[in-house]
Design a protein around this ligand. Sequence first.
Ligand SMILES: CC(C)(COP(=O)(O)OP(=O)(O)OC[C@H]1O[C@@H](n2cnc3c(N)ncnc32)[C@H](O)[C@@H]1OP(=O)(O)O)[C@@H](O)C(=O)NCCC(=O)NCCS
Length: 247
Amino acid sequence: MEPITIWAQPSKTLTLASGEIHVWRVPLDHPSVSLGLLSTYLSEEEAARAERFAFLRDKKHFIAGRGMLRVILGRYLGATPDSISIHESAHQKPYISAISSKPPLQFNLSHSHGLALLALALDCQVGIDIEKLRPEFATSKVAEQFFSRQEQKELLSLPPANRAQGFFNCWTRKEAYVKATGKGLQVPLASFDVSLTPGRPPTLRAADSDRWTLFSFCPAKGYSAAAAVEGKGWSIQFYDWNVSPDS
Ligand SMILES: CC(C)(COP(=O)(O)OP(=O)(O)OC[C@H]1O[C@@H](n2cnc3c(N)ncnc32)[C@H](O)[C@@H]1OP(=O)(O)O)[C@@H](O)C(=O)NCCC(=O)NCCS
């Protein structure tokens, strides 16, 4: 298992200094999460998308995720959650327009089984991924489909007891990178390698490796997560969402 990450309680006023990455952990099913209130923050497009989910649980997670994303962004921007315009790039990566004279706030969101992570950075691309550890999914057949040859080899070299963690280290690191580039699955998954051995620092080998820093961490027991950030020398801080959205 990766070392447990310490999640701090944020102060009321939030500032993101250059050189800092903030990662927020947001529980999507917490009883203090008021879906009624959060849904009032969504744009028309987001509300319409929420209605299109086939399963109620997915609809609720989308509303909670987007609603809390808006609340948190609002606290950094000094804006109300419903006033923030969230756009989508050509490959559907959400972003907000720069506010004149300030370095643009970049963010990325990921959710898995009721837990969401939000990564924020100033003026650089960021990608984040969280996955629940599901040993039944972490098979060599799935690895053959999604991982590079080097990654498959490294996975098979692990003792069987470490393979599920190694598998999800690989999965989250690959996802964090393709999400940071903004291209998602347009980036061929076999065209780059990440390291995956539990307990070792994450590394990326890609045509543009020098451009990125990769972080790997444990967001909660039974989950794995990674973030990819453009540039080097970042300090990363972890914050827990523990207040009701109207406080
Ligand atoms: C859409 C994709 C960017 C992430 O999907 P995912 O891992 O299933 O879902 P996550 O919860 O991590 O991320 C979804 C969020 O990423 C953001 N997102 C969407 N498109 C994005 C893009 N092109 N780049 C970065 N972020 C994107 C959105 O905020 C989205 O959540 P929202 O619409 O509810 O706000 C894409 O990489 C994908 O389809 N992945 C499929 C999974 C896969 O096969 N992975 C192989 C790993 S080896």
